[in-house]
Write a protein that binds this ligand. Structure first.
Ligand SMILES: *Cc1c(COP(=O)(O)O)cnc(C)c1O
Length: 421
């Protein structure tokens, strides 16, 4: 174990992103590995939040058009900045809603069942909220989820095979909704291959980027999914409940929003106050109501950090961090099974470990100032974050975990999850 400390320190010394750690509020001694659930606060995000508060203080109603970040255009401006994270064109991205709300908007917009095509294809491993949204949208269309929602099965309980997904893209499927990265196993799907397969079959396809935005660069100009949606409170570090994002491929520009509101309007016409909507001809059309500015504000600062660090560099470091973590686990903690895929083009930003005592091992880790996250039924997710986790902290995590296992320090806890896990 000790010999790897030298390796860790060497990796830290060579890390071009090391200085970004100073941009974040970290706690002494605490190793935070839960940035894939809630990213930490940065000084920039704090500053931009205070900036928006000040513009409210200073300009009141005129803040919509005045100040450093006029509120009226903020969702569009930040959307254009976010487009770089996914390799999209300007106007294809808007900052709005939340993962689940944006998924509702996308289904309402793109799910137009015909006699032949009535089904939505998803998978059995996806996040529950996505499935709840899909089922409720089917019901709103008078279609029973039992018959019209197809969930691709996993062969091993943790990952999906692209072949299985494609084999389920039958002629009665209208829409496919998948995660870019699965929230438990961290499997990264081959987006381009899936998009091509869907489009060859005349099927619309969209992706939930909750676990890839801000940690994996996408190239949507090349892969061209029809739409994508995400939250900004995980790897994007924009704060609890911060406003999410939405991508719509430009070939769909002009398509009416399924769920309309006055913020869907062409901005120059919005205040005409007509009862006939003239919607925007880009991703902005899929906004609904007034943007939640105080929950958008931290994103202004967060995105500056992404601009400075570069998403490619973030991915490179993230892969090195997870590589190092997996190597140490294999050598020192044989009782854990690594269930995330190990190939670089098949995994996201976290490592997922399986252990029958996972729930109480997580409690023991927290007692030892390592913050993991637990997922039912027996999984521990560890996400070292490129912006603020050091290689030495990865080493220290394994050291503390090894101590917990050697001394059975977890046995004093109940093997049950907390309410929030
Ligand atoms: C985090 C996450 C969500 C959360 O949705 P919200 O609407 O932001 O609460 C949804 N789907 C996936 C895959 C997630 O990882």
């Amino acid at each position: 174990m000790e010999q790897y400390l030298v390796t860790a320190r060497l990796l830290d010394a060579q890390d071009p992103l090391a200085s970004f750690r100073n941009e974040f509020y970290l706690k002494d001694q605490t190793i935070y590995l839960d940035g894939n659930s809630l990213g930490l606060l940065s000084k920039r995000a704090e500053k931009s939040l205070i900036g928006v508060l000040n513009s409210w203080k200073e300009h009141a109603i005129d803040g919509w058009m005045k100040g450093d970040n006029p509120w009226f255009y903020l969702s569009e401006n930040l959307g254009n900045q976010m487009a770089k994270l996914i390799g999209a064109y300007e106007n294809e991205v808007i900052v709005t809603g939340s993962t689940t709300v944006n998924l509702h908007q996308m289904i309402a917009t793109f799910f137009q069942p015909t006699n032949q095509k009535t089904k939505i294809l998803a998978d059995e491993l996806t996040f529950p909220s996505d499935i709840y949204a899909i089922k409720s949208q089917l019901e709103l269309n008078g279609l029973s989820p039992e018959k019209h929602l197809i969930q691709v099965k996993s062969q091993d309980g943790f990952t999906l095979k692209e072949d299985d997904i494609i084999n389920n893209m039958t002629s009665d499927v209208s829409l496919v909704i998948l995660s870019s990265v699965l929230y438990r196993s961290g499997q990264l799907l081959d987006i381009k291959r899936l998009v091509n397969a869907a489009h060859e079959r005349d099927i619309i396809i969209g992706f939930d980027l909750a676990h890839s935005i801000g940690v994996i660069p996408h190239n949507f100009q090349e892969s061209k999914p029809d739409f994508a949606f995400w939250c900004n409170y995980k790897y994007v570090n924009s704060g609890p409940g911060s406003v999410g994002g939405l991508y719509v491929n430009n070939k769909h520009f002009g398509k009416a929003p399924g769920l309309a509101g006055w913020f869907s309007s062409n901005k120059s016409k919005q205040f005409d106050m007509k009862h006939t909507l003239e919607h925007e001809n880009h991703a902005g059309a899929y906004q609904i109501g007034t943007p939640h500015l105080l929950s958008i504000a931290p994103l202004i600062g967060s995105l500056q950090l992404f601009e400075e660090a570069g998403i490619q560099n973030i991915r490179e470091k993230s892969l090195k961090l997870t590589d190092f973590l997996m190597q140490l686990i294999k050598e020192e903690l044989e009782e854990f099974e690594i269930i995330n895929p190990t190939l670089e083009n098949e995994r996201g930003g976290h490592v997922c470990l399986q252990h029958e005592d996972a729930a109480r091992i997580c409690k023991a880790l927290k007692e030892n100032e390592v913050i993991p996250d637990y997922r039912e039924p027996n999984l521990i997710r560890l996400a070292p974050i490129a912006f603020y986790t050091s290689f030495e902290e990865v080493w220290e995590t394994v050291k503390r975990l090894k101590h917990i296992m050697d001394t059975k320090a977890y046995e004093k806890f109940k093997n049950e999850r907390e309410i929030i896990a």
